[in-house]
Design a protein around this ligand. Structure first.
Ligand code: GAL
Length: 420
């Protein structure tokens, strides 16, 4: 018995020595740590709060906060590609959970498997099942998730709708009924921004038209992208964008959202990061100054995406990068980041009272809705598909040829290994 106790003590003491106390770790970590993301410009606040926490714990580490500005990573991911191809990876890279990472850098063997980290931190049960499915493959777990966002949300100002005599459309057909009425009054029915937001709108329109089962069948290679139901989605999308602003391509998503709160447009479809933007940056009150509903025809469906960070192989400061990942996945890090970002924490144990009014409704919907993965934000589609899809969209916005767009989408699905 004594021997057993002694052995147990030895094991624990050795573990303590190996792991070290947080204070001794803090002393040991040093050097530069490059964190690469698309949260360096207008969307910087939540990431900065995490960086501050990290720096207070590891003052010896100099953070290089690198990347490009917002737009769902459109530009930052292009630069990242060049760096990864040139074998110059940052210490940490922002990525959406799902095929965006798995179908690119994981497939190319360039990411570290984080299973050991998940095991030591006990994270396999901390994150929801849907998320765990998208985080891993049979060969490993590839990034640490921060949050859960919803893509299929429509934003509006209740008082404006009342003044214009319209209500929130429950389907895209209802939207098409009220859109001419709004247009006659000089109001843009639906505010749109640059190209990626057209892709973003497309997936909400497609999901509404085909339903979650068909949506999932598309990504499982069981439904062709040129089947009649997808052509129909393109046709519907074409009718809807007739009612968007002419200057969409020169606006950011924030500027398009402003059009709604300024009373120049009636609605916009944007992910729920818009809630925090409206509340924090624009100082507007949820439920009065602005409100929201599921994008038309998608009530009961939660088109989700999740932001995360991954660790490329062969980085310069792996130890400091691991400390960053531990902080992201921790309850403290998660709470700090998500209350600043207005997103649902990826961890299930963050106190929901800390959420803003919008995020509380998102938490309730996530728990009861049918959860499906976003294409545009990397859960369902790999990076190659998304890049090619953006090109199809650019052409479509000029020629409005639904059949050609659907056919080309099937071709890129084959090219990128989604369809056969
Ligand atoms: C999404 C990302 C969000 C937000 C948004 C707008 O892809 O997941 O966190 O950054 O883009 O840029």
């Amino acid at each position: 018995m004594k021997r057993l106790v002694w052995y147990a003590c030895l094991t624990v003491c050795a573990a303590v020595l190996l792991i070290g106390s947080p204070a001794s770790q803090a002393k040991e970590l040093s050097g530069e740590l490059e964190i690469y993301s698309w949260w360096v410009g207008e969307e910087a606040t939540p990431l900065n709060s995490l960086i501050q926490l990290y720096s207070s714990r590891y003052p010896g580490v100099k953070i290089i906060n690198a990347g490009d500005n917002g737009a769902s990573g459109t530009d930052s991911k292009t630069i990242l590609r060049t760096r990864m191809q040139g074998k110059q990876p940052p210490d940490l890279l922002q990525t959406h959970v799902g095929q965006e990472l798995i179908g690119s850098w994981v497939k190319a063997g360039r990411m570290e498997d984080l299973t050991p980290l998940f095991k030591t931190q006990g994270w396999q049960k901390t994150f929801p099942k849907e998320l765990m499915k998208s985080l891993g493959t049979t060969k490993g777990i590839w990034s640490v998730p921060l949050n859960i966002h919803r893509a299929n949300v429509m934003w509006y100002v209740p008082a404006n709708l009342q003044q214009w005599g319209v209500s929130v459309p429950k389907s895209w057909d209802e939207f098409l009924d009220i859109a001419p009425v709004l247009k006659k009054k000089g109001i843009v029915p639906l505010a749109l921004a640059d190209n990626w937001t057209a892709n973003h709108l497309w997936e909400s329109v497609a999901l509404a038209g085909m339903g979650p089962e068909n949506w999932e069948a598309l990504w499982a290679g069981k439904l062709a992208f040129d089947s009649p139901i997808v052509v129909k989605a393109w046709l519907k999308f074409g009718r809807i964008i007739e009612f968007t602003n002419q200057d969409a391509s020169s606006l950011t998503w924030q500027q398009a959202t402003d059009r709604v709160t300024e009373g120049k447009a009636a609605f916009t479809v944007m992910g729920d990061w818009a809630a925090k933007y409206l509340q924090t940056d624009r100082k507007l009150a949820a439920n009065t100054d602005f409100a929201w509903a599921a994008a038309p025809g998608t009530a009961g469906q939660f088109l989700y995406l999740a932001d995360s960070f991954g660790l490329p192989k062969g980085v310069k400061n792996r130890e400091a990068a691991m400390a960053w990942l531990k902080l992201l996945g921790s309850r403290e890090g998660s709470e700090l980041f998500n209350t600043a970002k207005g997103s649902l924490a990826a961890r299930g144990d963050v106190d929901s009272k800390k959420y803003d009014p919008y995020t509380r409704t998102a938490a309730a919907d996530f728990a009861k809705d049918k959860v499906v993965g976003s294409m545009v934000h990397g859960v369902a589609a790999n990076e190659g598909f998304m890049t090619d899809f953006a090109m199809i969209m650019t052409t479509y916005l000029k020629d409005r040829n639904a059949i050609a767009a659907a056919k080309q989408t099937q071709q890129i699905a084959i090219k990128n290994g989604i369809a056969h």
